[in-house]
Structure formats: C-alpha cells, structure tokens
Design a protein around this ligand. Structure first.
Ligand code: FMN
Length: 306
C-alpha cells in the first residue's frame, strides 16, 4: 500500500518548494504526496525593503506569531510521515513557521506524528533548529530526521549575495558576489534524501533515519559558523527585547532602534565574523573533542533542555 506523506512548507522565493520537489522525486511511485503551504494572512514582502527586512528581527527571535490562513484541513487524516520545509530568519525559524507550530491546528496535526525537517538557509541554521526541536516537543511531534541545505560560498560572499537576492528578488550573480542561496546542483541532488526516507518508510523503522541521512551528507556542520551563531542568538535575544520595549513608545522609537541594530549587524558580520572564524580554526586541535561532541548533537534529532 502506498504511504501517505504530508509536506508542509513555507517559502518566499520558491527555493524551499524546489528543494522539496526534488527531494521527493523518487518517492512518487510508493507514496501519495499532499502539499500544504503555510500562508500568512498578510504576506511578508518579497523582495524586501531594507526597513521591512530588519524590522522582522524582534518577532522572529522572540517567536511572536503572525496570523495564518488555513486553506486545507489535513489534521483529520492519518499520515505516515510529515515533512516540514522551512527557511531561517534571524537564527530562528521564519515567523510563519513558528506561527504554524504554535497554532492549535499544528498541535492537532503533528501530535504523535513522525516529522522530518528540511532547512533551506544561508549557512546559519543550528540555533533555529534548536528552537524548532522545542516547538515540536511542546506539541508532541516526533522529530525523526533533519536535512540542511545551505549556501556553500564563503560566509561574507554569501552575505553580499543574499542581500542582493532579498532586496531585488533576483537569485543571480551580482558583481563579485556569486549566485545566492542553495545551488542548483544541491537542489537537484536532494533527491538522494528522498530515497533514504523511502527506505525508512518501507521498513517502518525510523530509528536509524537520521544516521542514514547523515551518511548521504544531509547536514554539513561548520564549527566556526555554528559557534558564531549560537553566541549571536543570545545577543539577538537582547536586541529583540530592547526593540520590543522601545516599540511601546511608538513606531518612531522602534524604527530608530531597528536602524541601530542594522548597523550593529553589518559591523559584526564584516569585522568580527572573520576574526571569530579564524580563532575557531586556529584553536581547532585544542578543542577537537568538544567540537566533535557539539557536531554530534547539532546534527542529531536529540533535544537537550538547557
Ligand atoms: C528576514 C530574513 C532573515 C534571514 N536570516 C537568516 C539566518 O539567520 N540564517 C540563515 O542561514 N539564513 C537566513 N535567511 C535566509 C533564509 O533562511 C532563506 O534561505 C531564504 O530567505 C530563501 O528562502 P525561501 O525559500 O523562503 O525563499 C534569512 C532570510 C530572511 C528573509
């Protein structure tokens, strides 16, 4: 009998949908696949303006939900697996995805459900996946796999190229900056993950799914980037609280503080991030066992409550 798969996703540019379509290429013969797009009641802009782009930081980091439309009701059906595809906003799951996971609808849909997450990011995803693990735990979801696709270019080059992409809507090369986002090749090759998932579905055994996904390079853990983003997430927490507090005084105060955050962010990315990367690589041999332990944890589906 064919397996019933539900794919829930959010995308602005269409990149996440493309990844998921490629991922399930070899699954169609054995599975009935249902698609459900997470749709905010008021769409986030794409392309973004600079103001709107930086303005979503506080709500992203503090997981403050937006209102969603629910065109379909897939919560009353039985699923063999749910695949959740999501982008990262400010080291957190994108606001529409957080909103979905906090909804009563998701609680009904995902409770006791086996879930594979698929991330389409620039390169900083580890902190967001921790948030997502907690959100799933809160609603009784059972995370059995995680796949991460990212921009493979050098950190600063990918910052330059994503700015061009987000502010023009064009996923194209610009000057010295390469084509942004997940490469066409990586998108196409994501079909290999579908084959591993299908094997687990056929055997009805998901215990080794994440290990088997890791064997086909489902998660590419970068110790310098992960170390940076986990520290940055704590600082974003402080910034988001400050901005939300200032916003109580009105939009003008909020705009001013969002602008200050923007300059702070660029300074940190351009000045501090190359130094932080260098420090991690120079001290790599000293901290190797510690880095390995972190890698094992962040590439797994395990959740350690801190
Ligand atoms: C507001 C905003 C913030 C983002 N922050 C991050 C981030 O912290 N880490 C990261 O790896 N990618 C980040 N990205 C890139 C997205 O994760 C994603 O790769 C890109 O937006 C394309 O996704 P799409 O399928 O929705 O078009 C950000 C994108 C947006 C729009």
């Amino acid at each position: 009998m064919k397996k019933d798969i539900l794919i829930v996703y959010y995308t602005q540019s269409g990149q996440m949908k493309q990844i998921l379509e490629n991922l399930v290429t070899d699954m169609h013969g054995d599975c009935n696949i249902t698609w459900e797009e997470i749709t905010p009641s008021v769409k986030y802009p794409f392309p973004w303006t600079a103001k709107s782009f930086f303005n979503v930081m506080p709500e992203s980091v503090q997981a403050i939900p937006c209102s969603l439309d629910y065109p379909t009701d897939n919560a009353n059906k039985e699923w063999d697996l749910v695949i959740l595809g999501y982008p990262i906003w400010y080291l957190s799951p994108a606001i529409p995805v957080t909103s979905f996971l906090k909804s009563d609808y998701a609680k009904k849909l995902l409770n006791n459900q086996k879930i594979v997450t698929v991330i389409g990011s620039r390169n900083m995803w580890a902190a967001a996946q921790e948030d997502l693990k907690k959100l799933l735990k809160d609603i009784g979801g059972n995370l059995v796999g995680n796949i991460v696709l990212r921009d493979r270019h050098q950190n600063l080059m990918s910052v330059g190229s994503i700015v061009h992409w987000m502010f023009t809507g064009l996923k194209t090369k610009k000057g010295i900056f390469p084509k942004p986002g997940v490469s066409d090749n990586d998108i196409k090759n994501s079909s290999r993950f579908g084959s591993v998932i299908l094997e687990a579905l056929k055997n009805n055994n998901f215990t080794d799914l994440q290990n088997n996904l890791l064997k086909v390079k489902a998660v590419d853990y970068l110790p310098d980037i992960a170390s940076m983003e986990l520290k940055a997430k704590r600082i974003f927490n402080i910034w988001s609280n400050i901005i939300l507090k200032k916003a109580k005084k009105g939009n003008e105060a909020r705009d001013k503080w969002v602008k200050i955050f923007k300059y702070y962010l660029f300074a940190v990315i351009i000045v501090l991030s190359p130094i932080a990367s260098l420090v991690v690589y120079v001290t790599y041999p000293l901290f190797f066992p510690f880095i390995l332990k972190k890698k094992r944890y962040y590439t797994s589906c395990e959740l350690k409550e801190k």
